[in-house]
Ligand binder design. Structure first.
Ligand SMILES: O=C(CO)COP(=O)(O)O
Length: 258
């Protein structure tokens, strides 16, 4: 049997300045016990301006919490005003980076091609991409949610070799469930996550597909996380709003108690 350690990651989006970030991570560190980290990997994805502060705290206090960024430049350096490169994130010891979040696709016109170059940039610098995929409401209503999402998986992983792809994290986040309070039904989420695993098996091997962690994201809270995590192909959650409340995020990490 494959054992995939669940990954609970808090995507803070554009919330919490660096001082608030320190206070928030300290609260999480205080509340989480060693036994929590034994069975779940816990990560936060703060804004870029918080990363150095979070790194200093995690290093200084030897915290088990992991952290990462919300985006990465496709380029390693140069005249790209406003962008943050893989080497910069690697220097900050980021474990993860979210790539292709629907808000980047929507507001920054990120295509699957752009997302693919960012996935490759992350791997090049030893950072694990959390490849975000998921359909808009019209797509689901038209019944095309599976094919739409699988095309994003295939596009995001184009020409990514198996030895890298086996460590990718995929986050299935139906756009209509993000920040809306409308959680995707656990079985509906499972349908798409199982199809994503099937696609990975087709692109690579079943063995590789069985290793990859697939998260669900979209209005995850302590009240619905247990049902979501009970699904066979869901290996964690990418949590937006609820991750800004430390107590609530800790309850999500302890989904087995909910
Ligand atoms: O986009 C999300 C995480 O990346 C989900 O956001 P919410 O949990 O606020 O719906």
């Amino acid at each position: 049997m494959t054992t995939r350690t669940p990954l609970m990651a808090g995507n803070w989006k554009m919330n919490l300045n660096h001082l608030e970030a320190i206070a928030h991570v300290q609260k999480l560190a205080f509340a989480l016990a060693d036994k929590d980290y034994d069975s779940v990997e816990v990560a936060v994805l703060p804004p870029f301006t918080d990363l150095r502060s979070v790194q200093t705290l995690v290093d200084g206090d030897k915290l088990k919490i992991k952290y990462g960024a919300q985006d990465i430049s496709a380029h390693d350096g140069g005249a790209y005003t406003g962008e943050i490169s893989g080497p910069m994130l690697a220097k900050l010891k980021c474990t993860y980076v979210a790539v292709g979040h629907s808000e980047r696709r929507q507001y920054h016109a990120e295509t699957d091609e752009v997302v693919n170059t960012k996935v490759k940039a992350a791997f090049k610098h030893g950072i694990t991409p959390i490849l975000c995929v998921g359909e808009e409401l019209e797509v689901r209503e038209a019944g095309n949610h599976v094919s739409h999402t699988l095309a994003q998986v295939e596009g995001g992983l184009k020409d990514v070799p198996a030895e890298q792809a086996e460590t990718v994290v995929i986050a299935y986040e139906p756009v209509w469930a993000i920040g809306t309070g409308k959680v995707c039904g656990a079985e509906d989420a499972q349908e798409v996550c199982a199809a994503i695993r099937g696609k990975l098996a087709e692109l690579y091997t079943q063995e590789l597909a069985d290793k990859v962690r697939i998260q669900y994201g979209g209005s995850v809270k302590s009240g619905n996380v247990a049902e979501i995590m009970a699904q066979a192909d869901i290996d964690g959650a990418l949590v937006g709003g609820a991750s800004l409340d430390a107590d609530e995020f800790v309850k999500i990490v302890r989904f087995r108690d909910q």
